[in-house]
Structures are given as structure tokens and as C-alpha cells.
Design a protein around this ligand. Structure first.
Ligand code: UT7
Length: 337
């Protein structure tokens, strides 16, 4: 039986640490408000010259080194981001050019906070069918260049940070499904009726104007992300546990049998709610939002790196991950590390 397993893991965050109080330079906010509502204490922002693929490259190089592979050994690149280097081509192509792995497919995945699990699921399907043996999956975001850093945009802007995470996935032949390290299953969902609850409208052909962006759009701040925070919060608090239960059921597992929950980091309160609904002890849910904010497609691989550093993730650890975000999209997966 051929399945995929994670053989390399890496992350990258830029050097500029922005504390909650630093945001008061731009908008009317406070450390208290941000901590109480989201759990976030700080986030990292890139320098002007750094792009999403630059951060992705840094994380990818670490993951490749850990997997003892060279870019030329890869069969596919998947890049999850909502903050691409440019409108087109996809950021996977920019990363591929920088990595130096010409010829292999390079695919962008645009599923926002669920983008990493969606990308892992796509790579897994190619590996299971034998079409490829090795994939690089990157989740990376440069949010800081796209946020409305004024009081008008404070409900969104205080939540997001820049960062990247990457994994190498390789085909593995399963001898013992109970103990071998491999990806057990992925579960993907979306409901586009909520597409405008968390979105950036411009530039876009969906605007009722002759061009994808015009001066009035900039003045109306249509090119910044907008969010119905309460709707996102309610749906995330339902869908995260629901998708974890779906993954547990598909694998005949109880929630106690999972060693570690590495969840998307949108809001500490969402993850606390999820743990409460599922009856999980706090120590089984690994959170990093306090340090990095919401890095969207990068939160789960960053969580894995931090969990490994903290000796919470070792070979043999049974992990469950889930994410919820813009789209709405949500997803889960279970894997033995
Ligand atoms: O991956 C998905 C990403 N997004 C999410 O997961 C977000 C989910 N939603 C949330 O986390 C919460 O809805 C927020 C943290 C965004 C907001 O929390 P809330 O408890 O829903 O607050 P609210 O929007 O009802 O705002 C309460 C007050 C408002 O003031 P008034 O009208 O009561 O005077 C806001 O203007 O807080 C104000 N406010 C702020 N104050 C200080 C909004 N943003 C800020 C801010 N600093 N950054």
C-alpha cells in the first residue's frame, strides 16, 4: 500500500517583531483589546524588498535539507497563499524559479486558511496513485503589505502576520498501518455562499466597473481585506470541531487517541471553543498565535515546527489538524508523524 509521509519540515518568519502596542502608531487599538479578543501578543512583518515566495523559499530550503533532498529530486511544487507575489503567474512558479527545479508542475492553491491542508490533500492524491513520489508543499503569506493599517481596518489588521511553512511529502510503502508514519486521511469542504464574509474585492473582474481597479476603489479601500468577524467566529467554532470529528470517524479513532492537535491559528478563542466542544485537554492543543498572529496558509506547518522544537512532535506522534477560513473553506487531516 503506497501512502505519503512527511519527511521534511521548515518555517521562516521575517526579523521585524511587531508588538501589539507598536500598532498604536497606525491605529486606535490596544494591547488589552487584541490579547483579550484574539490571544495575539505580537506578529512579524517583512522588509519592503521581501515577497511571499522569498519567505516560502526560506522555509522550503529548511524542509528540503531535513528531507535530505535537492530541488531536482522533487516531482511537484504546491504553493498555498492568499498574498501572491503578483496577480499572475502563480507564486509556485516564482518559487520554482528561485529554487531551481525547472520542468516539474508548480501549482498555486487559493484556499486561504485551509490552503495548507488542501495542498497536502492534492499532493497526497498524486502520490497515492503513483503519479509522483515527492512533493514540496509550501504555505506562505506576506499580509503586512496588504492590510488597512488605519483605525478603519483595525478589526482585520491586528490579527494577521507574515510567515511561511513548508513540508516535503514522499511516497512510502506501508508495512504496519497502526505504527508507520504516514498521512491517514484528508477531508476538504467549502461553502461559497459565504465568499464575501472574508475577502478582498479588488483588483477583480467581479467589480461592476470597466477595469479591475480604479482610483475610486483605492479611495474606498476596496483593495483591503474585509471581514464579518462575528460570522467567521461562529462558523469557525462549528466547522473546526465538525471536521475533526469527521476525520476521527473516518479512521475509527476517538479524540483521546490523538496525541497532538495542531490547528489553524485564527483566534485563540476559536481554538479554545473547539477544545471545549470536543472535550480536549488544553495541553493537547498546540497554539502559536500568541507569537505569530494569523499567518493563514502557514499556521499549521509553523505549528508543526514549533511543536517539534518543544519536543511535542516526534516520530510516531499521532496528529490531527483542522482549519477554517475565507471561502468559507474548512478541512482536516490525521497523520502519524
Ligand atoms: O482565519 C480566519 C480569520 N479571521 C478570524 O478568525 C476572525 C474571527 N472573528 C474574530 O476573531 C472576532 O470577531 C474579532 C476578534 C475580529 C472581533 O471581536 P468581537 O468580539 O467580534 O468584536 P466586535 O467586532 O464586535 O467589536 C467590538 C468593538 C467595536 O467597537 P464598538 O462598536 O463596540 O464601539 C469595534 O469597533 O471593538 C472595536 N474594535 C477594536 N478596538 C480596538 C474592533 N477592532 C478593534 C481593535 N482595537 N483592533
Amino acid at each position: 500500500m503506497i501512502r505519503s509521509r512527511f519527511t521534511g519540515l521548515g518555517m521562516a518568519v521575517p526579523p521585524n517583531c511587531i508588538k501589539n502596542n507598536d500598532l498604536q502608531r497606525y491605529m486606535d487599538t490596544s494591547d488589552d483589546w487584541i490579547r483579550q479578543r484574539s490571544g495575539i501578543e505580537q506578529r512579524y512583518w517583512v522588509d519592503e524588498g521581501v515577497s511571499t515566495s522569498d519567505l516560502g523559499l526560506e522555509a522550503a530550503n529548511v524542509a528540503l535539507e531535513q528531507a535530505k533532498l535537492k530541488p531536482a529530486d522533487l516531482d511537484m511544487i504546491l504553493f498555498a497563499t492568499l498574498s501572491p507575489d503578483h496577480e499572475f503567474p502563480g507564486t509556485a512558479c516564482f518559487l520554482q524559479g528561485k529554487l531551481g527545479a525547472p520542468g516539474i508542475p508548480a501549482i498555486d492553491i487559493r484556499q486561504q486558511c485551509s490552503g495548507f491542508i488542501y495542498s497536502v490533500a492534492v499532493a497526497d492524491q498524486f502520490i497515492r496513485t503513483g503519479a509522483i513520489r515527492r512533493a514540496l508543499v509550501v504555505g506562505a503569506e506576506v499580509h503586512s503589505k496588504g492590510l488597512d493599517l488605519t483605525t478603519r481596518g483595525r478589526d482585520v489588521s491586528v490579527l494577521f502576520g507574515d510567515g511561511a511553512g513548508a513540508v516535503v511529502m514522499e511516497a512510502t510503502s506501508i508495512q504496519n498501518p497502526k505504527t508507520d508514519s504516514f498521512l491517514w486521511s484528508t477531508h476538504l469542504h467549502a461553502d461559497g455562499t459565504h465568499a464575501q464574509e472574508l475577502w478582498t474585492a479588488a483588483p477583480g473582474t467581479g467589480l461592476k466597473t470597466k477595469e479591475r481597479i480604479l482610483q475610486p476603489h483605492l479611495e474606498e479601500a476596496v483593495h483591503y481585506p474585509k471581514m464579518n468577524g462575528k460570522s467567521v467566529f461562529i462558523h469557525a467554532s462549528q466547522k473546526m470541531p465538525e471536521s475533526l470529528q469527521e476525520a476521527l470517524l473516518a479512521n475509527g479513532l476517538s479524540s483521546e487517541e490523538i496525541d497532538l492537535y495542531v490547528l489553524h491559528q485564527a483566534n485563540l478563542r476559536i481554538n479554545q471553543k473547539c477544545a471545549e466542544v470536543m472535550g480536549l485537554p488544553d495541553e493537547k492543543v498546540f497554539n502559536t498565535i500568541q507569537k505569530y498572529g494569523n499567518t493563514t496558509a502557514a499556521t499549521i506547518p509553523i505549528g508543526l515546527v514549533e511543536a517539534e522544537k518543544a519536543s511535542r512532535l516526534k516520530q510516531g506522534t499521532l496528529v490531527a489538524s483542522a482549519a477554517f477560513g475565507s471561502g468559507y473553506t474548512w478541512a482536516s487531516m490525521i497523520y502519524r508523524w
